[in-house]
Design a binder for this molecule. Structure first.
Ligand code: CA
Length: 224
């Protein structure tokens, strides 16, 4: 699951991103309205956490614009004010849910999960051959057998599955699965691909993670 956080308070944004990543989500951060809008329209997110008060373009205007562009990604609006009028404004602008600051991270997480469940028809279980990943329960099975993955392995597999058939270079995988601020070893993507292979491909057929020489990796069920 990939979440976009649009929040100008850096500390808050970093805390949210870090907490979401700890829960196995991939999280991108935008620091103002226009950047958030641009990312929301050009990248594929499962949900958007949108602060109401933003520089450049406020959260309500961003939300309205996303809906006008036909984007249906669930939006959770964050606001410092907890007034009925604010809530109504938010819903009128096309937000799916609303949370007043300050809030407990646990509540945001629970509500995000509920939001993703409600939109469950849009984020069904991801499947390739006999591999299945349930993004809501965060469960992975191969040939019906449960497979335990670490948080990072899970995030990598979910991203690969969402991009099934697309060849992904190491830089792309790094950007979607690793935190910008982490110091990573040059070969970390290859290391984690090998961990994943041990868990989801070893002892199973067909092999799903395929190496594209000189480029990167692709998840697919055939050799072609
Ligand atoms: Ca703000």
């Amino acid at each position: 699951m990939r979440i976009l956080i649009v929040e100008d308070e850096t500390k808050m944004a970093d805390l949210l991103a870090r907490s979401l990543r700890e829960e196995g989500f991939a999280a991108d951060v935008a620091g103002d309205g226009p950047q958030g809008e641009d990312l929301a329209l050009t990248q594929d997110y499962d949900a958007i956490v949108l602060d109401r008060m933003l520089p450049g373009k406020d959260g309500l205007a961003v939300c309205r614009s996303l809906r006008e562009h036909g984007l249906r990604t669930p939006v959770r609006l964050l606001t410092a004010k907890d007034a009925v009028a604010d809530r109504v404004d938010g819903l009128n602008a096309g937000a799916d849910d609303y949370l007043a600051k300050p809030f407990a991270f646990e509540e945001l997480l629970a509500r995000l999960r509920a939001l993703l469940r409600r939109h469950g028809d849009k984020s069904p279980i991801l499947r390739l051959a006999d591999l299945a990943l349930d993004p809501i329960r965060r469960e992975v099975r191969r040939a019906g057998q449960p497979i335990h993955l670490t948080r990072r392995e899970y995030a990598l597999l979910e991203y690969l599955l969402r991009q099934t058939g697309n060849v992904l270079d190491r830089q792309t995988l790094l950007e979607h699965v690793w935190d910008d601020f982490e110091a990573v070893e040059g070969n970390i993507v290859d290391v984690y691909i090998n961990y994943l292979r041990q868990k989801i491909d070893k002892g199973f057929s067909p092999k799903l993670i395929q190496t594209v020489r000189g480029t990167g990796y692709v998840l697919k069920a055939d050799d072609g």
